[in-house]
Design a protein around this ligand. Structure first.
Ligand SMILES: [Zn+2]
Length: 256
């Protein structure tokens, strides 16, 4: 398996980062994608990549909740810091209208600017969407055919899923699908495993039975098990197809 959304570089893992990686390897996780948050997270992200160079790939981006008055300067600086880091994606980027709507205009401009990076660099994007599906889709519409990627932490309905897939995107599935009241299993049952990636969003969103605890890549297995139940196929098939989807999307030539 490949954890397509890991924040291994955050301080929650400062005490035991190597052990977390060991447990991930033991549970069959072969590679991690580390999406950036903002300027402050770049040093620890790049240090983590340096510590596990073959095990981690990085994504370059400015998270929508970090878009403020200085976002243009932040974008320039992030672009410069990632110049020699061979990012495999632009992320995580998007629009978040849940936490704060003050900078909605700036969030849209920043998102479209980073969509342009993705188009120019031929990189996929990792989308963060919180209560902003319509806004995100209307920005994406301008880039259909030029940019692909993944809707990280997908939790929408079937209509939204179909539009995202029509736009050439995959859906990132994490621990939410294991939650008791989640409607996601029902939505996913109408889709195809080929449309899905598995992720953790660690340290957040631990799957059942670890809900509420710090999440880590080793727990991806719970999400994969849930998918095998939803699609009524072997766990090995879920692992094989979602891994292949991740390798293809992020062009991870060195992972097999
Ligand atoms: Zn994230």
């Amino acid at each position: 398996m490949i954890d397509t959304h890991s924040h291994l570089y955050l301080e929650e893992f400062d005490e035991d980062r190597s052990e977390v990686v060991e447990r991930a390897k033991l549970s069959g996780v072969k590679h991690l994608i580390l999406p950036n948050v903002d300027l402050e997270t770049v040093p620890s992200l790049l240090a983590t990549k340096k510590q596990f160079p073959d095990y981690c790939s990085v994504a370059m981006g400015l998270h929508p909740t970090s878009v403020g008055n200085d976002y243009q300067k932040d974008l320039q600086e992030i672009e410069r810091l990632f110049l020699d880091e061979n990012p495999v994606a632009i992320g995580e980027v998007g629009i978040d209208l849940y936490w704060d709507k003050t900078f909605v205009k700036e969030q849209i401009v920043a998102f479209e600017q980073q969509l342009q990076w993705a188009a120019d660099l031929h990189l996929p994007i990792i989308i963060h969407n919180r209560e902003a599906t319509n806004e995100i889709l209307s920005s994406l519409r301008k880039f259909v055919g030029k940019v692909t990627g993944v809707f990280h932490c997908f939790s929408g309905n079937e209509t939204e899923a179909k539009t995202m897939l029509d736009f050439g995107f995959k859906l990132g599935i994490n621990g939410i699908v294991t939650f008791k009241k989640s409607t996601l299993p029902q939505v996913l049952s109408k889709l195809n495993i080929n449309d899905l990636l598995i992720e953790t969003d660690m340290p957040y969103l631990s799957p059942t039975p670890y809900r509420g605890k710090r999440n880590e890549s080793a727990y991806m297995l719970q999400t994969a098990l849930k998918l095998s139940e939803i699609f009524e196929v072997d766990l090995s098939e879920i692992k094989r197809v979602t891994t292949k989807n991740a390798i293809t999307l992020f062009q991870l030539t060195e992972v097999s």
